[in-house]
Design a protein around this ligand. Structure first.
Ligand code: HEM
Length: 530
């Protein structure tokens, strides 16, 4: 059992204890997603912790999340993180609740009608083209900066029509300051109202954005009052919100408009930029997926610009975007306050559940099983053997089988990569970065090299060279890669090799000739000098 756990009470799910008075919060960590993953593994579907006086329940099970978001909305109100920043979000859609939220949602409906979406998609394509026109072949760019910039232009133009220039110059740095203040540990300082420099910058930035938005609202009202404005058919989101009326004919006040506009600006900007940045990152790591994506775009668009009507046909593209959303959710944590504490009923600890599930198993055995399940051993092992009759067998077990990180390519299921054995020649195996191994078909390459006369050592080095060539022998990139190859020839000669050796990074492999096992040094392609 994890030792750091707060003792579960009959009414409380287990969770981290944290430090006295302060308690804890996953937001205090630079790797908040990693912390949540660990908690889910260690404590189960519902994790409890205390943040100062606030009791927090973290829900991991999809059914529990659904229950909060869709099932019993009346039992929950928006949680503390969205309410922690009232000067920024005000009472917009993201933070409002109940009847007021319902009214605002209805008033905002025209902004999400089909014609509006078509207009936003035109703006999106125009801005994407504008961005691409500024790129030069072969230059290195900070892709996330580009995505932040282009999504900001898209959301601003969708909101305000063509009023970009001056507003963009003020809003872009102001948003940077706001995001810096509300990320990670700084968000806690903001919530606790600690007088930090980032908190000061945050308030200055909110005031600047307010000034721009109120000016644009005033200009929008003037345009609407001008005789020909409606005839000209202004289609931007602000105009739609300005003209929206509820059942009693009431419209939004300037302040409410400001809250909704800023909510849309913030909700629609960084989320989409993050999703795009992660999608490019993943595509760069998976060229075969990138090729399929381009194939679909070439087929559906045949060289023309995309529009909203193409979306249903771009199914592979959608799957790529969804996978990036799943692996790297831009808005991964959602915060709600329960009105009736109805989560307790499901809060049995994993330990209690294990005991109920396996009533006949003694505690030490269950504890061992729990430890294995909470802290699984992972890694890949290649093992090859030759018996006295000259028969060769081999196996590459991959951690992928039981503890696969979603989306990661395991090597052993690919024939010829993680393992290849030919009884006439010998065997080849590999461990390390599965994607690389698949690209050089490591096991197969080793066996074929030996078939053509190379020694096991030469065959291993030849396969490592192929990995190196994938990156034009660029040692800066190769320094980050970890891959090992193993060879066993039919006559019993063997070798193993790694991309890097030297400077304390030399690797060994295990050998057994029937007596005591021993380690032998791996050969390596490049020597570490620093
Ligand atoms: C990849 C892109 C996006 C992601 C991952 C995302 C995610 C989310 C999440 C998790 C919520 C909270 C749902 C809840 O608590 O019930 C939300 C709410 C919201 N989002 Fe997004 N969002 C994205 C893009 C956008 C865009 C482009 C806009 C508009 C320009 C937008 C506007 C809103 C609004 C207005 C709400 C509040 C809805 C309500 O409560 O009525 N989002 N979004």
């Amino acid at each position: 059992m994890p030792t750091a756990a707060a003792t579960p009470s009959p009414h409380r799910p287990p969770g981290p204890r944290g430090i006295p008075i302060f308690g804890t919060s996953f937001m205090a960590s630079r790797d908040s997603t990693g912390v949540l993953e660990r908690w889910a593994r260690e404590y189960g579907d519902i994790v409890f912790y205390q943040f100062f006086k606030a009791p927090v329940f973290v829900l991991f099970h999809p059914q529990h999340v659904e229950q909060v978001l869709l099932g019993k909305t009346a039992n929950f109100t928006k949680g503390m993180t969205s309410l922690a920043n009232p000067e920024l979000f005000g009472n917009g859609l993201l933070t409002s609740d109940g009847e007021f939220w319902r009214r605002q949602r209805r008033l905002s409906n025209p902004a999400f009608h089909r014609e509006s979406i078509l207009r936003y998609s035109e703006i999106t394509t125009e801005e994407a083209c504008r961005m691409l026109a500024g790129w030069k072949n072969g230059e290195t760019r900070n892709i996330h900066n580009d995505m932040m910039n282009v999504t900001l232009r898209i959301v601003l133009r969708s909101l305000f029509g063509s009023e970009l220039g001056e507003s963009m110059r003020i809003i872009e740095p102001a948003l940077d300051a706001i995001m810096a203040a509300s990320s990670g540990f700084r968000s806690i300082a903001l919530y606790l109202k600690l007088p930090t420099p980032s908190r000061k910058r945050h308030f200055r930035a909110v005031a600047e954005i307010d000034r721009v938005v109120y000016t644009l609202i005033a200009r929008g009202r003037e345009k609407l009052n001008a005789a020909d404005a409606q005839a000209a058919g202004a289609k931007d989101l602000l105009t739609l919100l300005l003209t929206a009326r509820d059942d009693d004919g009431n419209s939004m006040s300037d302040q409410q408009l400001r809250d909704e506009v800023i909510t849309l600006l913030l909700a629609g900007h960084e989320t989409t930029a993050l999703n795009l940045s992660w999608s490019w990152y993943l595509l760069a790591k998976h060229p075969e997926i990138e090729a399929k994506l381009h194939a679909e775009l070439d087929t559906v668009l045949a060289g023309r610009m995309p529009n909203a009507a193409d979306l249903p046909k771009l199914q592979y593209t959608e799957r790529v975007i969804r996978e990036a959303l799943r692996l790297y959710p831009p808005a991964g944590f959602n915060n709600w306050t329960s009105m009736d504490q109805n989560l307790k009923a499901d809060g049995a600890s994993p330990w209690q559940r294990l005991k109920e599930r396996f009533p006949g198993v003694d505690d030490p055995t269950l504890a061992w099983a729990w430890e294995m399940a909470s802290h699984p051993t992972y890694g890949t092992i290649n093992c090859m053997a030759l018996n006295e009759k000259g028969e060769i067998s081999g196996v590459t077990t991959t951690s992928g089988l039981a503890w696969k990180i979603p989306g990661r390519v395991g090597d052993s299921p690919i024939i010829g990569a993680g393992l290849f054995v030919d009884p006439d020649v010998g065997g080849g195996g590999s461990t390390g970065v599965g994607e690389l191994n698949i690209r050089v078909a490591g096991g197969h390459t080793i066996v074929e090299s030996m078939r053509h006369g190379m020694t096991p050592k030469e065959a291993v080095l030849e396969t490592l060279k192929r990995v190196s060539r994938l990156y034009n022998d660029d040692r800066k990139i190769l320094a980050k890669l970890d891959i090992d190859f193993y060879a066993l020839r039919k006559d019993g000669e063997h070798a193993a090799g790694s991309l890097w050796g030297g400077r304390g990074s030399n690797k060994n492999y295990s050998v057994n000739d029937g007596g005591e096992s021993r380690h032998e040094p791996c050969v390596f392609l490049y020597e570490k000098t620093a």
